[in-house]
Design a protein around this ligand. Structure first.
Ligand code: SF4
Length: 293
């Protein structure tokens, strides 16, 4: 069976930075390091850091007084930041800079008294074109939109077009805020779909960008499966298939992809190649608290 690896795949710069922040915090301050929510949406990464002394909590109230607290890569609401500041918790913020940029953009629109999402003021979550039609807004001529960084580029274009058709005065970033890593991984899975019979996406169920990769494979007519690791492989998926494409969401470590290749080797003899893809050299600066750790 031919196996084609997508390129790029797996870790993005925001995920690498977030994991490195927890690792450096553990090395510099010693365990326990409290992390609000999963540092990135991957079970293996979270389990590994937990073993090394990270304590993952759902709410800030679970963090003891004075304990080092890391905010995860997906960012936190203003009120969580405020609550941490009120308690004087020493916070290290692992929010991906590209997510932080979208939050700042949202706040800017809000100060212009436009209705948006996730920001102080009036907020509407729009997930489909159909939801645009049923949207009830108070001030149709003072609207703005922002996008999550990990959406499907194609679906988002459709939703923005529907918003603009219904609300001609709406302002927003088009699809620019869907991050470079999401866009590159989506393009790679489109390339993959043209070359293989079945697609495997390594990633966790709660990873937005991994789910989008699986959906794109399926939309392009290829059976596509989202798997946490090699343990989820089913030999029947490959019956009669000559080729398999493998990619990984932005929060899935490469070691899991290599594990999947091992798993495939147990099912059939495989011949592995890698797509050319676009090179990525994005790196984000570490926060000052751990830059020297
Ligand atoms: S997927 Fe994009 S926005 Fe999310 S952490 Fe990675 S680089 Fe940042």
């Amino acid at each position: 069976m031919r196996v084609v690896l997508a390129q790029p795949r797996g870790f993005c710069a925001g995920v690498e930075r977030a994991i490195e922040i927890v690792e450096r915090a553990l090395a510099k301050f010693g365990p326990p390091i409290y992390v609000r929510h999963e540092i990135v949406h991957n079970r293996h990464v979270v389990d590994d850091l937990r073993q090394r002394g990270a304590v993952f909590v759902d709410e800030l109230s679970e963090v003891p007084e004075g304990a080092i607290t890391v905010f995860s890569a997906h960012g936190v609401a203003r009120k969580v930041q405020d609550a941490a500041a009120e308690r004087g918790l020493p916070v290290i913020d692992a929010t991906c800079p590209l997510v932080a940029k979208v939050h700042a953009e949202g706040r800017r629109y809000a100060t212009q008294e436009r209705e948006i999402g996730q920001i102080p003021g009036k907020v509407h979550l729009v997930q489909t074109v159909a939801e645009v039609a049923s949207l009830q807004v108070g001030t149709p001529d003072r609207l703005a939109y922002i996008t999550q960084t990990t959406l499907s580029v194609d679906d988002t274009r459709g939703i923005i077009a529907a918003l603009k058709a219904r609300f001609p005065g709406i302002v927003g970033p088009d699809v620019r805020d869907i991050c470079y890593a999401t866009q590159n991984r989506q393009q790679a899975v489109r390339d993959l779909a043209g070359q293989v019979d079945v697609i495997l996406v390594v990633g966790s169920r709660n990873s937005s960008n991994s789910n989008r990769l699986r959906e794109i494979g399926a939309e392009l007519g290829k059976p596509s499966y989202l798997i946490d690791d090699a343990g989820a492989l089913r030999p029947e998926w490959f019956a009669g298939m000559g080729s398999v494409g493998v990619t990984a969401g932005a929060s899935a470590p490469e070691v899991l992809v290599q594990g999947v290749l091992e798993g495939l080797r147990r099912i059939a003899e495989i011949d592995v190649s890698t797509l050319a893809g676009v090179p990525e050299d994005v790196r984000f600066r570490l926060p000052a608290e751990v830059a020297d750790a």
